[in-house]
Design a protein around this ligand. Structure first.
Ligand code: HEM
Length: 461
């Protein structure tokens, strides 16, 4: 696929965003504005996967649409993913792409920084994801997951999604913040929940009584909490993620500022929470719908030879290949971040189309994950797609639940670790079943979740 950056950058990347591309500037690209005022917002919100598939059928893999007041060009398929994610020519701004959605509540989170500045911050944060700290997080995850699952109701139908949402929130408190669960942590959790709700609110202005207003208030509570805690953490040490960030340094050895630590912490909690809630829910649904895979995973976990309740050791994470494949396939079918936005900072060319600077650009993991030419029978759950040989022969950007390139998910190993730790405690203690004809409806926006909360029955193994 020929990709060529055309012309010079029209604005420095850290300056104000370029004005959005006009309809005229897109007239040579297939696409349409949709309804007056609303554009395509409603069908996109209702079912983003079907929306993209229909547009692809009508226009092909490059088209533009209008939603939430902006015109965006969608680029579909693995080559498009590679172009945008690798971004060898520094064309695509993640900050101006995600800023439209997350800028007010999560300013200066890692994903909202670009290019050289982003690289510096990512390097500083990376210390918190090295294997030493990861081992401490795993200790907290083991304890927290075992404790949480022990309290889940048994032998009656329950909604799984709210259960696991609460669990991941509690785990964030213990492994990210190093706090004991208790009454004093409650306001912090509530502030965070208000921010999460606001991040997906349709009304994007903090008018009185709106979710956005409560989210902005939640952010200021979290700012206060983190700001107060930073000096304490520096003094007392600690092996949680927050304490690691408090000690993180720039290349010259100086500590990160309070403002930087706070922005990164708040963003990390966002990045981890809903994505893990979504992916663990997808995994449990698939295992309930495919008891053969559930048994395979249980046998694999049994094969580790751990005693009842014994933690999953860090050194054994690589001994669960089936659990990893099962989790990957669940994320293929419901990638927690179904589309990734960018803003083009320069004109560029893709698939024969010249795409103008200033336009919003989207790539689409969920579309790519269902391309039948890459994934035969894409609606079938089949973890063997991730056996080594099959993975090796696929396009490197055909499977992108964690993105790729400079902004590739920094918490990828954390996510696999939590999924395996969850599988170890969950499957060792519980069997999950669903009614034979039960087909829950999955909403794909803003993050995939079962509309009815996912009705399952949990019984002791
Ligand atoms: C199954 C769980 C997860 C999924 C599917 C996921 C997915 C993603 C994706 C797709 C991106 C890239 C977005 C883009 O390029 O526009 C990303 C970025 C990021 N994720 Fe995750 N994530 C998960 C869990 C986590 C966890 C547990 C953490 C932290 C502990 C985390 C921290 C981050 C950070 C910091 C970034 C920004 C990286 C950067 O801009 O350099 N994620 N994630």
């Amino acid at each position: 696929m020929s990709v060529q950056a055309l012309g010079q950058a029209r604005a420095p990347v850290d300056a104000a965003p370029l004005p959005p591309a006009s309809k005229r500037a897109l007239s040579h690209i297939p696409g349409d504005d949709g309804w007056p005022i609303l554009g395509h917002t409603l069908p996109l919100l209702a079912d983003p996967k079907t929306f993209v598939e229909r547009r692809a059928q009508r226009y092909g893999p490059v088209y533009w649409s209008r939603a939430f007041g902006y015109r965006n060009v969608s680029l579909l398929g693995p080559e498009a993913n590679e172009l945008v994610l690798l971004d060898a020519q520094r064309i695509f701004s993640s900050g101006f792409g995600w800023g439209v959605i997350l800028g007010r509540l999560f300013p200066r989170g890692l994903m909202l920084l670009d290019f050289d500045e982003h690289r510096l911050h990512r390097r500083a944060l990376s210390v918190a994801f090295k294997s030493g700290p990861m081992q401490s997080y795993l200790a907290e995850l083991n304890a927290g997951i075992a404790r949480g699952i022990a309290q889940w109701p048994r032998r009656r139908e329950v909604k799984f999604y709210p259960l696991v949402k609460q669990l991941t929130l509690d785990l964030a408190a213990t492994s990210f913040l190093g706090e004991e669960l208790g009454a004093e942590l409650e306001p912090v959790k509530q502030a965070f929940i208000a921010m999460l709700a606001a991040s997906i609110a349709v009304v994007r202005v903090p008018l009185p009584g709106t979710r956005m207003r409560r989210g902005v208030h939640g952010r200021s509570q979290l700012l206060d909490y983190f700001d107060r805690q930073i000096p304490l953490r520096r003094e007392r040490g600690g092996e949680d993620l927050f304490s690691h960030l408090c000690r993180a340094t720039w290349d010259d050895g100086s500590l990160l500022s309070n403002a930087d630590i706070v922005s990164h912490m708040i963003f990390l909690m966002l990045a981890a929470h809903d994505t893990l809630t979504s992916s663990l829910t997808s995994l449990v649904y698939r295992l309930a719908a495919h008891p053969d895979w559930q048994e395979k995973l249980r046998a694999e976990i049994g094969g580790l030879g751990l005693g009842a309740g014994e933690p999953l050791p860090f050194a054994r994470l690589d001994d669960l290949p089936l659990a990893e494949m099962a989790f990957k396939e669940a994320m293929r079918m419901a990638p927690p971040v179904p589309s990734l936005p960018r803003r083009a900072m320069r004109d560029f060319e893709f698939a024969g189309y010249r795409i103008p600077a200033g336009v919003g650009v989207n790539i689409n993991p969920v579309y790519t994950h269902y391309m039948p030419e890459i994934w035969p029978e894409p609606d079938r759950y089949d973890p063997t797609r991730f056996e080594l040989e099959a993975s090796r022969t696929r396009h490197k950007f055909a499977y992108v639940p964690f993105g790729g390139g400079a902004h590739m998910c920094l918490g990828l190993n954390f996510a696999y670790m939590q999924a395996k730790c969850f599988s170890r405690h969950f499957l060792n203690n519980l069997r999950v079943t669903i009614a034979p004809d039960y087909r829950p409806e999955w909403r794909m926006w803003p993050i995939p979740y079962p509309r009815d909360g996912l009705a399952v029955t949990l019984s002791p193994v």
